[in-house]
Design a protein around this ligand. Structure first.
Ligand code: SF4
Length: 346
């Protein structure tokens, strides 16, 4: 099955894979790296706009490395998982500082850079430098566990390593220069378009005859992963102070932590804490906004905003809590803001 698997996937990709995505048809590691980081935990359709905007603002790695961190976070605003943006910026700076502005050409070296894990490193190395290394993101795990009817529990790192071994075994062995990038794209495309989580389109699949999961009759039983994400909940009160001219009171969130590095309304553990932080003259002026839930990966945030509308004169007299500052509308629109804050501000 080994050569047949990669051969069939490579052939299928040529005629049936995805070819029109803006980060395809390039071997420029800057572009491939940018897309790979954005695509972690984010849908292709969402990434398209952000990718284009990033390249317009930072056409080359050196532009990103020289950028202000706030500009990078501002441009990332809305994509979520902000540690990706902070690592993106650090990584660009490290490539300039430590590697003379050129990405290293092997997965092993790429992994030494901030925010680049083994699968992302393998994607860059195979797409740009044709290295024979296997990616293993969520889509690829699904494809391979089904093809091999791999019943090991992927919650165990030993089993995940075993699957990585299978992934490496199945890689092309010939014509690597041409076939490695195409194979990597093929297995990504197969997972995204045919071997989907529910109801895989096995009848259209180029490796159906090799697939043990298909032969078992229940390919959806793979992958096996027992550990469930432990979810927790947290209640936060937000002080949404706004001046008549549209400026809002924002402070920078500490990193690490929720919304680390982003600009946010002052955050309190309860409404009582929020009230206690305000001068008595302002407490009666607060207007409660209907609370809502904002869902993070591991946590549900129950957010209760309290709105405080101030005139320019009042804003000068009464100091608001924390280390914040009034930020004019034309400035905050370009800052990195947590998604629920941006939504409230409209
Ligand atoms: Fe996935 Fe079905 Fe193809 Fe097997 S045959 S790889 S289960 S789409």
């Amino acid at each position: 099955m080994v050569p047949a698997f990669s051969d069939q996937l490579v052939r299928w990709q040529k005629s049936h894979g995805r070819h029109g995505l803006p980060w395809q048809n390039t071997r420029d590691p800057y572009r491939v790296w940018l897309s790979e980081i954005m695509l972690q935990q984010t849908q292709v359709t969402t990434v398209l706009d952000y990718y284009t905007r990033f390249l317009q603002r930072f056409p080359a790695l050196a532009d990103l490395a020289a950028a202000d961190g706030d500009d990078v976070l501002g441009l990332w605003s809305g994509l979520g998982y902000y540690s990706r943006a902070r690592n993106l910026h650090r990584c660009a700076q490290d490539v300039v500082r430590l590697h003379s502005g050129q990405f290293p050409q092997t997965a092993a070296w790429l992994q030494t850079l901030p925010g680049i894990g083994p699968s992302t490193a393998a994607a860059i190395a195979s797409f740009c430098f044709s290295e024979r290394v296997a990616i293993l993101d969520g889509n690829v795990k699904r494809v391979l566990t089904r093809v091999a009817a791999f019943s090991g529990d992927l919650a165990s790192s030993t089993q995940e390593r075993a699957l990585w071994g299978i992934a490496t075994e199945l890689l092309p062995r010939r014509k690597l220069l041409e076939d490695m990038p195409r194979y990597t794209q093929a297995i990504m495309d197969l997972g995204a378009t045919i071997c989907t989580t529910r109801q895989p389109a096995c009848l259209l699949c180029p490796v159906q005859t090799l697939c043990r999961g298909f032969a078992s009759g229940t390919p959806e039983n793979f992958p096996v992963k027992t550990r469930k994400l432990k979810r927790s909940a947290m209640a936060l009160s937000l002080l949404w102070a706004e001046r008549a001219d549209g400026a809002v009171w924002l402070e920078r969130r500490p990193a690490p932590g929720i919304w680390g590095g982003l600009y946010c309304f002052p955050v309190f553990g309860s409404e009582e804490d929020l009230l206690a932080a305000l001068p008595a003259s302002l407490q009666d002026r607060l207007a409660a906004v209907p609370p809502f839930v904002h869902v993070l990966t591991h946590k549900d945030l129950r957010l209760s905003p309290m709105r405080l509308a101030l005139s320019a004169r009042e804003a000068k007299v009464d100091r608001l809590p924390g280390d914040g500052a009034w930020v004019a509308r034309e400035v905050w629109t370009g800052l990195g803001l947590p998604a629920p804050v941006r939504k409230l501000l409209g």
